[in-house]
Design a protein around this ligand. Structure first.
Ligand SMILES: Cc1cc2nc3c(=O)[nH]c(=O)nc-3n(C[C@H](O)[C@H](O)[C@H](O)COP(=O)(O)O)c2cc1C
Length: 614
């Protein structure tokens, strides 16, 4: 991966866009649309500009590096399952008993020497150009502003390298950085993340914390940055393991942090624990804006770069996006690491429309009553897996986890109030649904039993009949659609124009329990009842199970936006929507070509907006 562009041209069907395009909204919108396509490709924007600031950058912008599964696999150089097999082998390593077994183990142990990063004593290619502090100007980098309501431009694929106060632990984490001005960045390491723990150490000691942020280089660095490695394990070990080649690191110019020699750009500086500043809002990978919040500030000391650097960036928002493919590799590679705490786990899957931590489906062998609950608690208690809000466990005879239709049918045929576990735990920093930030409801469904539940609905009505009955009881109900009516637990989705707490609406529908087994309520605005992909996205994002899942008079899930009517006191964020004028402009130039179906399918614009396309 010496030259990523040349490699992507050869292996990744790289699409080159020479039209001058704005780093504010235009480039991100093109990338956002591209990665939602079935056959999405990496994109190179050769002429990024900033119209508002009057800048023409001399650095191209590379996006959607992880544009699809095939290219992700090529970046790894092997299928992620193969990496997982290697890890599983290591975890199961036992002392060899015979001479033959000892000999067989030698190559394996020998290859382990490649895992450890190598610290080189000379400067790297990433330090060919060194910009001294007095000349530092972050405006020289084509930093993107993705969404109209973003608080500013953000570095979205920054590899943030840090070390513990005593220097014994190194960390690589991918955290976004907001550009405040020419030499300061907002450092968005969330409260549960490793660099935030290091930051606490520096804060207690009253010391400034050195940070080096790398951009570009081998795309595997990027994947390693987001990999949920256990606390204290440097992600570059994983890099060495996957590549079977030591990561080659060089020392930063102004601090002691080591960074890969071949990255494109390095921003060096420090974070002063005394200074916090408002970060955000930012249209996040949940498909919602994360709201303004104080975060530490990085003061830039120097920027170093290759002679001809490329600026790697990503766009986050509503799924599917590039993190779908990164997340797929992560899910595969980390399966063996879950097994020591959940040994009878067969497989797991985090559908992209559950934005990973909002929904996990898992298959296991069941050996005793409560086994699935035991695994739920294990998941909710360990590392970043503990962010998972909703977990569905099935037994070994269940259909494939990725077979959405068959899987849903299997679970609904086994669903009952008795096998739903609702509890509380930590939730992702980005979760907007919990009434209290960081702590919220958890929902587990144990569908591991072989036998189906006995009772289905007493009497099934068609959608029009049921809607009429619902509307007699509440005029707020505007639309209705039933899914999976052939199962024991059909799912009835209603769209409401909300004027009361949905607990009241549910109570009004109580006498319809012979027709309704599972009720899901969404707002009428910006939800399409014919689009189950985005409905799942909305529901698992919007609920806090403790508050919003009710088991009487039937299973009911209130996935509406929360506010005063619900006694919800935090600010409820908005969806990430594209800017219509930008889509129109890109369509007129022929750079994008999308129709109304595409726009509606992925919730690109608030419903009711038309767009001109080329
Ligand atoms: C595109 C992308 C952007 C991300 N942005 C952030 C971020 O701004 N802050 C954060 O804490 N985690 C962010 N993450 C998730 C972290 O990279 C991930 O949790 C990682 O494992 C953290 O590493 P750590 O455990 O070493 O802290 C992002 C992930 C991706 C794929």
């Amino acid at each position: 991966m010496e030259d990523v562009i040349a490699w992507l041209k050869e292996n990744g069907n790289l699409k080159i866009i020479d039209e001058p395009l704005d780093v504010e909204l235009e480039i991100p919108h093109v990338a956002y649309i591209e990665v939602k396509k079935e056959d999405s490709r990496p994109l190179l924007f050769t002429k990024p500009i900033n119209k508002a600031k009057g800048i023409e950058y001399d650095m191209p912008v590379l996006m959607n590096i992880f544009a699809n599964r095939e290219i992700t696999q090529k970046i790894f150089g092997k299928h992620p399952d193969e990496v997982a097999e290697g890890i599983e082998e290591l975890l199961k390593l036992k002392p060899p008993k015979t001479l033959k077994a000892k000999l067989a183990m030698i190559p394996k142990l020998f290859s382990l020497k490649n895992v450890f990063p190598k610290r080189l004593g000379f400067r790297g290619e990433c330090q060919e150009v060194v910009i001294p502090k007095a000349e530092v100007d972050l405006d020289r980098l084509p930093i993107l502003k993705t969404w109209e309501e973003d608080g500013g431009p953000f570095i979205t694929m920054g590899q943030v390298y840090t070390q513990s106060l005593d220097g014994t632990m190194q960390n690589l984490g991918m955290y976004r950085l907001q550009q405040y001005d020419k030499h300061r960045l907002g450092m968005h390491w969330q409260i549960h993340k490793d660099a935030s723990h290091f930051f606490d150490q520096y804060q207690k000691a009253g010391r400034k914390m050195p940070v080096s942020v790398a951009i570009g280089g081998d795309p595997l660095y990027i994947w390693c940055g987001q990999a949920p490695m256990p606390h204290g394990m440097f992600e570059m070990l994983l890099y060495g393991f996957v590549r079977n080649k030591n990561a080659q690191l060089v020392k930063s110019v102004t601090n002691d942090i080591y960074i890969p020699r071949d990255v494109d750009v390095v921003i060096e500086g420090f974070v002063d624990p005394e200074k916090m500043e408002i970060e955000g809002p930012f249209g996040d990978h949940t498909g919602y804006y994360t709201l303004k919040e104080p975060f530490p500030v990085m003061e830039v000391e120097t920027i170093t770069m290759k002679k001809n650097p490329v600026f790697a960036a990503t766009v986050v928002g509503k799924p599917p996006l590039e993190d779908k493919y990164m997340g797929w590799a992560t899910e595969r590679v980390f399966l063996p690491m879950l097994k020591p705490m959940a040994p009878d786990l067969i497989d797991y899957y985090m559908p992209e429309n559950g934005v990973f931590h909002n929904l996990i489906l898992a298959k296991m062998q069941v050996h005793y009553p409560g086994h699935a609950q035991q695994f739920m608690h294990a998941f909710w208690g360990v590392g970043q897996m503990s962010f998972v809000k909703h977990a569905v466990f099935v037994g070994e005879n269940a259909p494939k986890l990725e077979a959405h239709e068959a899987f849903s049918e299997y679970v609904l045929n086994r669903l009952s109030k008795e096998n739903i576990l609702i509890t509380q735990g930590i939730v992702d920093h980005l979760d907007h649904a919990s009434s209290r930030q960081f702590v919220g409801g958890k929902l587990g469904i144990d569908a591991t039993m072989d036998t189906e539940v006995d009772a289905g609905p007493e009497s099934l009505l068609n959608d029009d009949e049921l809607l009429a009955l619902c509307q007699e009881r509440s005029a707020d109900i505007k639309a209705l659609k039933q899914y999976m009516t052939h199962t024991k637990n059909p799912v009835c989705v209603i769209a409401v124009e909300k004027r009361e707490s949905q607990q009241q609406t549910i109570a009004k529908l109580a006498d319809l329990s012979e027709h309704i087994k599972v009720l899901v309520i969404v707002d009428a605005a910006n939800n399409d009842l014919d689009d189950p992909y985005m409905l799942v996205w909305r529901v698992v994002n919007n609920i806090d199970a403790q508050r919003d899942v009710h088991l009487e008079p039937f299973i009911a899930v209130d996935a509406t936006n929360k506010g005063g009517l619900d006694g919800f006191e935090r600010e409820w964020p908005g969806d990430t929507f594209c800017t219509k004028e930008v889509l129109d402009r890109l369509g007129e130039k022929g750079i994008i070509n999308i129709d109304e179906t595409f726009i509606r399918k992925f919730g690109l614009l608030p419903f009711g907006n038309q767009v001109k396309t080329g």
